[in-house]
Design a protein around this ligand. Structure first.
Ligand code: ADP
Ligand code: ASP
Ligand code: MG
Length: 406
C-alpha cells in the first residue's frame, strides 16, 4: 500500500459533472488500496471572478481581505468533492488550510509555506478516510487566511506530499503532461516522458504555468517524484524527477514564454559608484522583483540602464524610478509594457556550445529583434516585442526540438 497525493486543477473540477469524474479517479485509486490525500483547486475561472469582485468593492483591494475572499474558491470544491465521494460510497472528509495547519508567512496573495502539520491528515488516513484538502490556502502565525500565489494548489499538493513522505504526487490537469512547449501555441510540441527538476524549475519560472515554480522547488528539495498527467485520459504523463546522464544528451528540453513582462530604461544615468543601488533600492523595498538588468556604458560619463519587471508592477516601478531619476540627474525614463520573454531551457546546455548563437540566428532569420538577453547554465532568455511571441516560440521549437512530425 502506498501513500499518494493527487491534485486536481481548475478545469478538472469546473462543474459538478467533472467533480463526479474526479471522484471516480479518486475512488479507483482508493480501491487499488492506496492511502490518499486529494488537493483541489477552485473551479475554472472562479479565482479570477472573485478577484474581479474585490476590484468592484474597492479601488485598491486590501491584500488580507482579498485572500479571505479568494480562498473561498477552494473551500467550495473541497466540500463538493467530499460530498460526491461520500455519495459514491467513499469515506471522505474535507480540510481547509488552517484546519490541517498549513502555516505560511504573512505575505498575503503570495505567501510562502513555512510549516506543515500533518497530524490531522494522518489520523484521517489511519481511519481509512480520503482527505480532501482545499489547495492554494494557508494560515499565518496570527491566524489570518493566506493564499500561495496563482497556481498555488500545485504547491499545496507537493508540500503535503513532502510532509507526509508520500510515494508520489500526481498533478492532474487539462494537458497530458509537460510538453516541449505550451501545446496551446505550438501544435508540434511533444510530451516529455521525464523532465529533470532543474529543467522544470527553469521552465516554470520562465512562464510555463503547468506547475507553479514553488511546487517544483519543494519537489526538488524533498525529492518528491511528481507525475503530471491528464484528468481526462488514463495515459501516463510526465515524471518530474532527479536528472540522469541521458537527459544531458538533449541540448534544449523546452521553449517557454512569458508575456507578463515590462521594460524600463533610465537614460543617461551618471556613471558613479552607488547610483545603481539608489535606483534599485526603492524598487526592492516596494517588493518588486526585478528580472533582467542591462547597462550600456557610454563615453560621456553616463550610462543607459534597462531592466524588466512583471507587467503588474510596471506603474509602481515607473513612479519610483521617475522620482530617483530626477534626484540623481538622469536624463529621463522610458518604458514599454508590450514586451515578452522567450527562453530555451535544457540541462544539456552545460555540455553543448553555441545555443545562444543559434537562438539569435533563428530569431534574426524571422526578423525578430532581440532587445535584452540573459543566460544561466541551463537557459537562454531574450526579451522581444510581444507581438512576435508566438512566432519566436514556434521558430525556436522548430530549430531546437523539431518541426512537424513526419
Ligand atoms: P490547472 O488548472 O490544472 O492547474 P493550468 O492552466 O495551471 O492547469 O496549467 C496547465 C496549462 O499549462 C496547459 O493547459 C497549457 O496550456 C499550459 N502550459 C504552458 N506550458 C506548458 C508546457 N510546457 N507543457 C504543458 N502545458 C503547458
Ligand atoms: N485557484 C488558484 C488559481 O487560480 C490556485 C490554483 O488553481 O492552483 O490560481
Ligand atoms: Mg495550475
Amino acid at each position: 500500500m502506498s501513500l499518494v497525493v493527487q491534485k486536481f486543477g481548475g478545469t478538472s473540477v469546473a462543474d459538478v459533472d467533472r467533480i463526479r469524474h474526479v471522484a471516480g479517479v479518486v475512488a479507483a485509486t482508493r480501491a487499488a488500496g492506496h492511502e490518499l490525500v486529494v488537493v483541489v483547486s477552485a473551479m475554472a475561472g472562479e479565482t479570477n471572478r472573485l478577484l474581479a469582485l474585490a476590484r468592484q468593492a474597492a479601488r485598491t483591494p486590501d491584500d488580507r481581505e482579498s485572500d479571505v475572499l479568494v480562498a473561498t474558491g477552494e473551500q467550495v470544491t473541497a466540500a463538493l468533492l467530499a460530498l460526491t465521494l461520500q455519495d459514491t460510497g467513499v469515506d471522505a472528509r474535507s480540510f481547509l488550510g488552517h484546519q490541517i495547519r498549513i502555516e505560511t508567512d504573512s505575505a498575503f496573495s503570495r505567501a510562502r509555506i513555512v510549516r506543515v502539520d500533518v497530524d490531522r491528515l494522518r489520523r484521517a488516513l489511519g481511519a481509512g478516510t480520503v482527505a480532501v484538502v482545499a489547495g492554494f490556502q494557508g494560515v499565518d502565525g496570527e491566524g489570518s487566511i493566506t493564499t500561495l500565489g496563482r497556481g498555488g494548489s500545485d504547491t499545496s499538493a507537493v508540500a503535503l506530499a513532502a510532509a507526509l513522505g508520500a510515494d508520489t504526487c500526481e498533478i492532474y490537469t487539462d494537458v497530458d503532461g509537460v510538453y516541449t512547449s505550451d501545446p496551446r501555441i505550438v501544435p508540434q510540441a511533444r510530451k516529455l516522458d521525464r523532465i529533470a527538476y532543474d529543467e522544470m524549475l527553469e521552465l516554470a519560472s520562465l512562464g510555463a504555468k503547468v506547475l507553479q515554480i514553488r511546487s517544483v522547488e519543494f519537489a526538488k528539495r524533498y525529492r518528491v517524484p511528481v507525475h503530471v498527467r491528464s484528468t481526462f485520459s488514463g495515459a501516463p504523463g510526465t515524471w518530474v524527477v532527479e536528472e540522469d546522464s541521458r537527459m544531458e544528451e538533449v541540448s534544449v528540453a523546452g521553449v517557454a514564454y512569458d508575456r507578463d513582462e515590462a521594460k524600463l530604461t533610465i537614460l543617461r544615468v551618471p556613471d558613479r559608484p552607488g547610483v545603481a543601488a539608489r535606483l534599485f533600492g526603492p524598487i526592492a523595498r516596494a517588493n518588486i522583483v526585478v528580472d533582467m538588468i542591462i547597462q550600456n556604458a557610454s563615453a560621456d560619463g553616463t550610462t543607459d540602464l534597462t531592466f524588466t519587471v512583471a507587467r503588474g508592477d510596471y506603474a509602481k516601478a515607473r513612479a519610483l524610478v521617475d522620482e530617483t531619476a530626477r534626484q540623481i540627474g538622469a536624463q529621463g525614463v522610458t518604458g514599454q509594457t508590450d514586451v515578452a520573454k522567450v527562453s530555451v531551457v535544457g540541462i544539456g546546455m552545460r555540455t553543448h556550445a553555441g545555443i545562444a548563437a543559434r537562438m539569435f540566428e533563428v530569431l534574426g532569420a524571422e526578423g525578430i529583434n532581440v532587445q535584452m538577453i540573459s543566460t544561466s547554465e541551463i537557459k537562454v532568455s531574450v526579451v522581444v516585442d510581444e507581438k512576435y511571441t508566438e512566432l519566436a516560440v514556434r521558430a525556436l521549437h522548430d530549430a531546437f526540438i523539431g518541426g512537424p512530425r513526419p
